[in-house]
Design a protein around this ligand. Structure first.
Ligand code: ZN
Length: 241
């Protein structure tokens, strides 16, 4: 089975369409949350993922759009984007987001938005990765949330390894190691590369590949401006941060 795993689409339709074009129709599509927030096309992105995803979990921006969860801790641009998203989100989109689980566990892997058990924690350093590995026995965990394409390993002695995938790359899963794979962000990459990121996971070959690709940033920025979203949110797309 091959999986195409996207995360943090953040209502960026142009990028989502390019990601799906780079995957195969036969790939099992997975979403790790934050389908909405920041970008100008929340309903369109939800409709695509609702139709095409086999598995999907909830992100913190999805929850914020539904019921204001955590909005007090958002910065001012994220907050104004959520208020705008709430004003345009249609009922079918709300219903689909509202039914998403916080985690999905399969025999071989776990799907969460940010981290095991504490779903909206950020795995940004070795200490956070070690804590995340301690909270699950899953051999392989797929996460998003940080908008940084990278992975973390935990060997049998508990030593933590790490590698960035700023320009894409591949990983052969080794026996005796556990992995946290951060697929990066489709809608708003933050690892200083404006090219978005998603992952192809081949479960038979035990192989993970990060795909980076370009898309029409100018068109998304134009739509964000037309919607009255904060201009900083458009500027950061071109900077990858
Ligand atoms: Zn996000």
């Amino acid at each position: 089975m091959r999986y195409a795993i996207v995360s943090d689409v953040h209502a960026n339709l142009e990028s989502l369409e390019r990601a799906l074009a780079a995957a195969q129709p036969s790939d099992t599509l997975v979403s790790l949350g934050d389908v909405v927030g920041y970008g100008p096309n929340p309903n369109e992105c939800v409709a695509i993922l609702r139709d095409r995803c086999r598995h999907a979990v909830l992100g913190n921006h999805d929850l914020a759009a539904l019921d204001n969860f955590g909005v007090d801790s958002f910065n001012s641009v994220a907050r104004s984007a959520i208020i705008w998203t709430q004003s345009v989100l249609d009922e079918p989109s709300r219903a689909w987001l509202n039914a998403l689980p916080y985690e999905l566990r399969f025999p071989d892997f776990l799907l969460v938005h940010g981290a095991p058990v504490r779903y909206f924690d950020y795995v940004l350093d070795k200490a956070a990765a070690a804590a995340a590995f301690e909270r699950t026995d899953a051999p392989l965990v797929f996460i998003g949330h940080t908008h940084i394409a990278e992975y973390w390993t935990c060997d049998e002695e508990g030593a933590i390894g790490h590698k960035h995938m700023q320009h894409g790359g591949e990983l052969e899963l080794e026996a005796g190691k556990r992995y946290i794979v951060d697929v990066g962000s489709v809608g708003q990459p933050r690892d200083l590369n404006p090219d978005p990121s998603f992952v192809l996971y081949d479960s038979e070959r035990r192989h993970v590949e990060w795909i980076r690709y370009s898309y029409a940033i100018d068109e998304v920025a134009r739509k964000m401006h037309a919607a009255g979203l904060p201009s900083y949110l458009a500027e950061r797309l071109a900077l990858g941060r």
